[in-house]
Design a protein. Structure first.
Ligand code: MF3
Ligand code: CO
Length: 266
């Protein structure tokens, strides 16, 4: 069942979404070669608790950490670990917070040091596809319009692989609410978008083939061909004329640009 949010509820959800944006900004400030994803995870976990919230992911279906940190061929749901990050890594950081009884859940993929031109194109196209999809989040459109837009741009126009098994989702009191929001589909099909509906849109786009597998840890999703994958996620409220993006990349991108260890000019 799809439950649209009242204006008051949307404002509470914005608080949760922006707390994730602030956590991702902190990550953007601290990322550099030599640190570990476990370190990033600990920092974010503390940040969330310091701000009077709890991490949405920890304990969700038994997931053991506050964040998902997915490096290179890891698509999503990567476990933070003790491997030191190196020049050329791309690092998807996905964070959820629960505050005022509402979840925020969004993600950004960072590039450490120099990355090759194909990986740059993957990051640019994946982020662009998210914003093209958000343009479709207006009353009267359908969920299929969102997936169609992502797939057309990333797969048809740019030749990348669109992950099929994992999807975006409604967001609210629960982290995963109806509807499912696939990154592929057909125009004009699926549930109608209604005023006040809040969804997390999260294209997961592979440089190579679309096929994925789950690692033996039971969580980490990786590309079958071993090529890199990008992941960007925003929390979006459907409105009549223009979508309201509850999360915010501006402070993350500002911190990214200030950090000489990150590559951002793709
Ligand atoms: N952004 C991811 C999602 O919406 C995060 C979930 S990770 C989990 O599915 F560990 F909490 F499952
Ligand atoms: Co999500």
């Amino acid at each position: 069942m799809i439950k649209p949010k009242s204006n008051e509820e949307v404002e509470l959800m914005r608080i949760s979404a922006l707390m994730v944006s602030d956590a991702l900004s902190l990550v953007a400030k601290e990322l550099k070669p030599g640190i570990t994803s476990a370190f990033i995870n600990k920092m974010v976990d503390e940040f969330i608790h310091d701000n009077g919230a709890t991490p949405s992911f920890k304990g969700y279906n038994g997931y053991p950490f506050a964040t998902c940190i997915s490096v290179n061929d890891a698509v999503v749901h990567g476990f933070p670990n003790d491997r030191e990050l190196i020049d050329g890594d791309i690092v998807s950081v996905d964070i959820g917070v629960f505050k005022n009884n509402f979840h925020g859940d969004h993600a950004y993929t960072f590039a450490i040091g120099e990355i090759d031109s194909e990986t740059q194109r993957l990051l640019r196209v994946t982020k662009e596809s998210l914003y093209l999809a958000i343009e479709k989040c207006i009353v009267g459109n359908r969920v299929g319009d969102i997936g169609f837009t992502v797939q057309e741009y990333t797969e048809k126009k740019n030749g990348f692989g669109v992950v099929r098994e994992l999807v975006g989702h409604g967001l609210g009191h629960k982290m995963h609410e109806d509807p499912q929001v696939p990154n592929y589909g057909r125009k004009g099909i699926g549930p109608k978008l209604i005023d006040g509906m809040v969804i997390a849109i999260e294209p997961m786009i592979n440089l190579g083939r679309k096929e994925i597998y789950t690692e033996s840890d039971g969580w980490t999703i990786r590309t079958v061909d071993g090529k890199v994958s990008a992941h960007f996620e925003h929390d979006v409220c459907v409105r009549p004329n223009k979508a309201d993006i509850l999360s915010n990349y501006a402070p993350i991108e500002a911190a990214e640009k200030k950090n000489p260890n990150l590559f951002w000019s793709y």
